[in-house]
Design a binder for this molecule. Sequence first.
Ligand SMILES: [Co+2]
Length: 394
Amino acid sequence: MYTLLLIRIERPLQCLCFHLVAAPRRADWGYAARFIADKSVSRLDVRRFFVSTFLATTSDASNIAQRTGKTHKIIHDLAKSGSATNQDGTYNPFADYAFTGTVRPVYPLSPTRKVPDHIPRPDYAEDGKPRSEMQRAGQPPRILSPEEQEKMRTVCRLAREVLDIAAASVRPGISTDEIDEIVHNAIIERNAYPSPLNYRNFPKSVCTSVNEVICHGIPDQRRLREGDIVNIDVSLYYEGYHADLNETYPVGEIDEDSKSLIRTTRGALDAAIAMCKPGALFRDIGKVIEPLARAGGCAVVRTYTGHGINDLFHCSPTNIPHYAKNKAVGTMKAGMTFSIEPMLNLGTNWGDVHWPDNWTATTTDGNRSAQFEDTILITENGAEILTKGTRAVL
Ligand SMILES: [Co+2]
């Protein structure tokens, strides 16, 4: 007995293609999927594939080639006609996925945005591999020279300007892809490179995370709705240095729980920054954040952490947890720059799950999640918030 697998092949950033393949045992599914994907790689420049579901079983795999040809069209029609359609008629590429909340992806993604040739780019811009990050993994945190600290001030100021421009665009009806376009254009106008673009193959220039999405949401055609909350995470690269910051915004009027979530998260970040100074321990950041989160009825996400940032997007200390009783090593020293970026979930579940795009992280129970992030510099007697804003988001 053979099982017919429906393999979804994703072409770069937009169109999806479906294939059928037969495999005798469940253990062979991965192999079969890989076989189809490999065959498609040369033809379609395929980056990813997914085994979506199985449709039927058959005892005769001998004519599977003809079958595959015939069913190809059927599957395409199926994909267009309903099984992959969101309630509002938009296209959901992961229709079989058990979503934990109400947010759905709305594809196709827009074409990759261009960065003008004259703008210097980080090493991963072409093939997605952050080579220098990998080469320098395990090294101690860097102490930046006064000149380097000045470069960090500049890039962080630019990133703050861009985030504020993006924030001003938040309203019911705007799509997250339109926000991506605004962010992308604001960044290249400043002769900077949008750090997320092609970082480990991330397809867009900013992360937009709506409602139950914790982080790393991919901007798509979904339009923001009255009552949503959206996190916009801006990172950019300018004259050899990266900046990273984010905030969570209300879309129109939001409910009291969401307001409380946003206030609690911002407050937790502020308290964490307030304890940063030379000699403070990285592991104590979580000790400050978690009690505030609990008091506000929230759980602290554990999978994602703050990180060193300077001429590398993510570097040592690579793991700055936001939860209590963590085992992070290291002491803060003047001249270090790093991010603190707590993600808080309403309720008691700190866990996360991922959409099949391998980026979008959501809560496990569909509850909302908020995040705030700043890049900070440890000074002689405290911390300077390099990405500091001047307005409250609520
Ligand atoms: Co970050």
